[in-house]
Design a protein around this ligand. Structure first.
Ligand SMILES: C[S@@+](CC[C@H](N)C(=O)[O-])C[C@H]1O[C@@H](n2cnc3c(N)ncnc32)[C@H](O)[C@@H]1O
Length: 234
């Protein structure tokens, strides 16, 4: 993947410093819903416009999403990007032809995404996953979820999955991009990679799995197992 890493030799150093600093903050603060909200708001605010300080910001859409979009253009379909951060995945959905809405809890993330993509066709909105506009229920042909399920405490996993699943229209698709861990293993997050088997929870919300691609991301601090899965709503 090309990105700021190539153009800005100091980027990786600042990214690692941010990871270390944020890990310390996360170790000291609570892991409940309010603490996580405060944490995410603080990350974007304290970054002061430096994307290196937002650890999950690749400044590029995810490769697996791009591959899926290459084969599944939007025509006149609608898409929702969950917890969109700085907007790269939302922009990819819009570029593939989807009428795209993207939202995040953090006002600063939404302002930043709008600033990065001033001519964007994406409707960027500040919204909370757990208190969304009513008209979003069952309204989207494609819902893209990337790294939100793993970012909230395991006690909230069912609630988070239910909220995400609720946006998908009948016969729509739900795309889920997440870190994974073997079933039955404990993890002291955040983040909390999903147990491989737990992704099947979407079956309880009326979805059938269309495809799943396990893959790894190699980073200087280790090899990180991931999954990209596509679910179809009945
Ligand atoms: C790990 S980041 C992933 C961001 C983006 N999806 C990406 O892949 O770059 C998790 C995002 O979820 C957002 N978030 C956390 N809780 C949320 C909630 N209840 N409603 C909306 N967004 C939320 C955070 O502000 C943050 O941008």
């Amino acid at each position: 993947m090309t990105g700021p890493w190539e153009k800005d030799p100091q980027f990786e150093g600042r990214r690692q410093a941010a990871r270390d600093r944020l890990q310390e903050i996360e170790a000291k603060t609570g892991k409940d819903s309010d603490a996580r909200d405060a944490f995410f708001n603080a990350v974007y605010e304290q970054a002061e416009g430096d994307a290196a300080a937002v650890p999950w910001a690749d400044l590029a859409p995810k490769e697996q999403l791009i591959q899926w979009l290459d084969a599944n253009g939007g025509l006149d379909l609608s898409a929702l990007d969950i917890a969109c951060g700085l907007g790269d995945n939302a922009e990819a959905l819009a570029a593939a032809g989807y009428r795209t809405t993207a939202f995040d809890l953090a006002e600063d993330a939404i302002a930043w995404a709008r600033k990065r993509f001033p001519d964007s066709k994406v409707d960027y909105r500040r919204a909370n996953l757990f208190h969304p506009p009513e008209e979003w229920f069952g309204a989207f042909d494609v819902v893209n979820e990337c790294y939100t399920l793993q970012a909230l405490p395991p006690e909230m996993l069912e609630q988070t999955a239910a909220a995400i699943a609720g946006f998908v229209a009948p016969d729509g698709r739900l795309l889920v991009y997440t870190r994974t861990r073997p079933d039955g293993t404990f993890i002291d997050g955040p983040p909390w990679p999903l147990e491989e088997g737990s992704l099947r929870m979407f079956e309880r919300y009326g979805f059938a799995k269309e495809s799943e691609t396990p893959f790894t991301i190699d980073r200087s601090d280790g090899v990180i197992p991931h999954s990209f899965a596509v679910w179809r709503k009945f």
